[in-house]
Design a binder for this molecule. Structure first.
Ligand SMILES: [Mg+2]
Length: 97
């Protein structure tokens, strides 16, 4: 599975507004009990979050470190997991779908 990091110049405020919109679309799709639509809207939401993380990284945030601290926090809180999704950032490579 691949997630594209889009070239965008939106402000954080614009991205948060979009995130709000996408989360509402997830809720509406879930209310309609349409699983495929819910999945599409969840991916729209993830896409916005990826954009926010990319923006924060460009501002100097240590995204890899943040993810490591996040996972550590979950494990320390006693969460168990079934799967691990590996994220491998590839820069400047043509996406072929
Ligand atoms: Mg949407």
């Amino acid at each position: 599975m691949d997630i594209l990091v889009l070239k965008k110049n939106d402000t954080i405020k614009e991205m948060l507004s979009k995130l709000d919109e996408e989360v509402l679309e997830v809720i509406h799709a879930a209310t309609a009990e349409n699983e495929e639509r819910v999945a599409e809207e969840v991916f729209d939401t993830i896409q916005v979050c990826i954009g926010i993380l990319d923006k924060l990284e460009r501002f100097g945030a240590d995204i890899k470190g943040s993810l490591e601290r996040h996972n550590k926090k979950l494990l320390e809180r006693g969460w168990e997991y079934e799967k691990v999704i590996h994220i491998n950032v590839v820069r400047g490579e043509a996406y072929e779908g």
